[in-house]
Design a protein. Structure first.
Length: 335
């Protein structure tokens, strides 16, 4: 992309040392204030953050990721009050925000005029996607910066999302000024996205909060249809091929073919598993939360091994819904 101009070495700041923490956050805030990009840890995946009120900074996100401009960004704020400045909340959206924020939930709501969010960040839509991340480093940066942050996942567009600072550097080295390293992301899949723009709430993306838990708050009235298909996306980023490693992936594998790698979920391994090129076990005990936390790291590791991936089935419940959504997109034909 012509706009890929930065090409400076990326600095990785470890936030886990006591002294490093404050200095790293100050460096990130300075970078954001000058319109730069920061690799930001959240509890779901690492984000590529920029000042959401600065159009040039937001343009930098699209350029660095190679992201199509029709695909809007999630705006991150420190709390429900700040979210209310940017969008109008009905009673159901308020209930979800009160229950799950801070946390892995994104709400798509009618955007407030004149709130200062760059039009490019919302791709010119009349709606805005809002999230309050729970990660203490993300919270510290949001509070110190004092403005909303646009932040998509910090991968090159279409690739597997990053769950470590190393993953961010592998995809965006030289394109992001600095990355705050806070270790592996705890949740491991992106936020659940709920849209509040029609008559009924719609699940736009399965994610880190189980649909079952959303339904427990909203009653049974969450429309689930939008997430499955890639063809008529209600959420512009819900393209069929996404989260894709650079090697083919085969779903619901009950055997491993010669020269395949295995993405395992539970034991025993399927027939041929002992001869797999490589095995990444998402959870030997079949724990879906552990599996979600390991998913993207495992895909990146198997991609590095170069062989096509056979993926064992994962149950379609709890975080398994988000895991299967990502695996289906990883397996979809590439455009
Ligand atoms: O967990 C997460 O949500 C991570 C972390 C960094 O917060 N972020 C993330 O952002 O996954 P991204 O850009 O990779 O995915 C955002 C999704 C896209 O599918 C986009 O189309 C959708 O949110 N989206 C954003 N604004 C929208 C809107 N106004 N209406 C419908 N969908 C929207
Ligand atoms: Mg993404």
């Amino acid at each position: 992309m012509a706009e890929r101009v930065q090409a400076l070495p990326t600095l990785i700041h470890d936030t886990r040392t006591e002294a490093g923490g404050d200095a790293a956050i100050a460096a990130a805030v300075a970078e954001l204030a000058r319109g730069g990009l920061v690799g930001l840890p959240t509890e779901t995946v690492y984000g590529l953050a920029a000042d959401a009120t600065n159009p040039l900074a937001v343009a930098g996100i699209f350029a660095a990721k190679g992201r199509p401009r029709f695909n809007p960004l999630i705006i991150h704020v420190a709390g429900l009050a700040a979210a209310g400045d940017l969008a109008t909340f009905g009673p159901a959206a308020t209930r979800l925000g009160e229950r799950f924020w801070p946390g892995p939930l994104t709400l798509v709501l009618p955007r407030r005029e004149g709130a200062g969010i760059a039009d490019l960040a919302t791709a010119g839509l009349a709606t805005v996607a809002l999230r309050v991340p729970a990660h203490p480093v993300a919270q510290a940066v949001l509070r110190a910066f004092g403005r909303p942050l646009a932040a998509p996942s910090a991968n090159r567009s279409g690739h597997v999302s990053p769950t470590t600072a190393r993953h961010v550097a592998d995809d965006l080295d030289g394109l992001v000024a600095l990355i705050l390293d806070a270790g592996p992301a705890a949740v491991g899949v992106e936020s659940t996205i709920i849209g509040f723009t029609g008559d009924r709430p719609v699940l736009l993306r399965a994610g880190g909060i189980a649909v079952e838990d959303i339904k427990a708050v909203l009653g049974d009235q969450v429309e689930r249809t939008a997430i499955r298909t890639g063809d008529a996306p209600m959420s512009p980023g819900m393209l069929a091929s996404h989260y894709a490693p650079d090697v083919p992936l085969r779903l619901n594998a009950f055997e491993v073919l010669p020269d395949e790698s295995l993405l395992a979920f539970g034991l025993p391994l399927p027939r041929g598993g002992e001869n797999a090129v490589a095995v990444e076990q998402l959870s030997a005990t079949g724990d879906l939360r552990e599996a979600a936390a390991r998913l993207f790291g495992a895909l990146r590791e198997l991609e590095r091994r170069g062989a096509p991936i056979a993926a064992m089935p994962v149950p379609e419940r709890d975080l398994g819904v988000a895991i299967n959504d990502r695996l289906r997109r990883a397996a979809a034909p590439r455009s």
